[in-house]
Ligand binder design. Structure first.
Ligand SMILES: Nc1nc2c(ncn2[C@@H]2O[C@H](COP(=O)(O)OP(=O)(O)OP(=O)(O)O)[C@@H](O)[C@H]2O)c(=O)[nH]1
Length: 333
């Protein structure tokens, strides 16, 4: 008989990976997108693309080959006005085309923390998992704008760099060796952890770093909210654990688990089915800074039971162990 925990694992592993590309105007996002798509296809995958443009025409989309399904989110930035739409767009794309990887090209102004929210929202409907946030940096622009350290464009570039799980220092062909070092130092000051890959036309073989080497590293997004205290915050990491429930769990035991979450897990949300019938069946739950809230739902269409936990530097294994323990009680009864 199939081992249940392995079955759970393989279900979790079938989550569709989501990769987010950020970078300021003209940095090389579309150049990278075409390379990523080629790579995914050469691995036998069927990727789909979501392109977000502030304007209402998607010119970059023309560069994506016709056989790649594409959804366009035009006239707004995903992370602000279109945040709710991102979950729906992901859902729609999966429903229509059944891709096994999704690449999102965001506008240069998008805040990946907000994108993460959109992706976790989609995780309630579909098995998706944010794997990496790749920031493409225009090397010469960074140096030109970084020397005075001010200006809106520089701030946007800095925020993008701060939020990446992998950083491409692109247009390296236009930098002298000492400038390349200067640019790397500047980026390291903004993001202490993400690998920095100097590239020309986004050409790199470091696929593991781009796609995320493991579930753990990949779903980790460095602290990218907050203003100027990058050095004080650079050790902090925002991370997310996405868990698809194997079945219903006991409501009191689940509430106890939420009540005992450590301080560094500050948000959780998802859909859970309860086994104790007195409480009804399915609930949308929200947890934020020690407060939890349950709303009974009767979803139309198919909605998966999933729990997403967001926090800083918490042990995924420990939390996963607790979630599995809840499921095991049910398996035995
Ligand atoms: N010299 C040089 N040019 C590059 C490099 N990478 C990209 N380019 C060029 O820079 C321009 C912008 O590249 P894109 O990939 O369209 O950049 P993008 O970030 O998608 O641009 P937007 O859609 O405007 O935000 C193109 O003309 C590329 O050919 C590089 O490493 N070196």
């Amino acid at each position: 008989m199939e081992n249940l925990s392995e079955a759970g694992e393989s279900i979790a592993m079938r989550a569709i990976p989501v990769y987010v590309l950020t970078g300021f105007l003209g940095s090389g996002k579309t150049t990278l997108l075409t390379r990523l798509l080629e790579r995914l296809k050469s691995e036998g995958k069927r990727p789909a693309v979501i392109m977000n443009e502030l304007g209402d025409i998607n010119l970059d989309g023309q560069l994506v080959e016709r056989d790649v399904p594409m959804a366009e989110m035009l006239s707004g930035c995903i992370c602000c006005s279109m945040r709710g739409d991102l979950g729906l767009t992901i859902d729609g794309l999966i429903g229509l085309h059944g891709p096994d990887a999704i690449v999102i090209e965001a506008t240069g102004a998008a805040n990946p923390m907000e994108l993460l929210d959109g992706v976790t929202e989609a995780a309630m409907y579909r098995k998706v998992e944010l794997k990496s946030v790749i920031a493409v940096v225009d090397g010469p622009q960074l140096l030109a704008r970084g020397r005075d350290g001010k200006g809106r464009t520089f701030k946007l570039m800095r925020d993008g760099i701060r939020c990446g799980t992998a950083l491409l220092l692109n247009k390296a062909d236009k930098l002298a060796p000492e400038e390349l070092v200067e640019a790397q130092q500047l980026m390291r000051g903004m993001n202490a952890h993400a690998p920095i890959l100097p590239t020309v036309r986004c050409d790199t073989e470091a696929w593991d770093l781009l796609f995320g080497t493991s579930q753990d590293a990949a779903s980790r997004v460095p602290e990218c909210t907050g203003g100027s205290h990058v050095h004080e915050h650079s050790h902090q990491h925002v991370m997310a654990l996405t868990h698809y429930w194997r079945g219903p769990v006991d409501s009191e035991a689940f509430e106890r688990l939420l009540g005992e979450l450590p301080d560094n897990i500050y948000r959780a949300k998802g859909i859970v089915s309860f086994s104790d019938t007195s409480r009804g069946s399915r609930f949308l739950f929200q947890y934020a800074y020690k407060e939890s809230d349950f709303i009974r739902i009767e979803p139309q269409g198919e909605v998966l039971d999933v729990a997403v936990f967001i926090g800083e530097h918490f042990s995924k294994e420990e939390l996963l162990g607790k979630l599995r323990a809840l499921e095991e009680v049910e398996d035995k009864s």
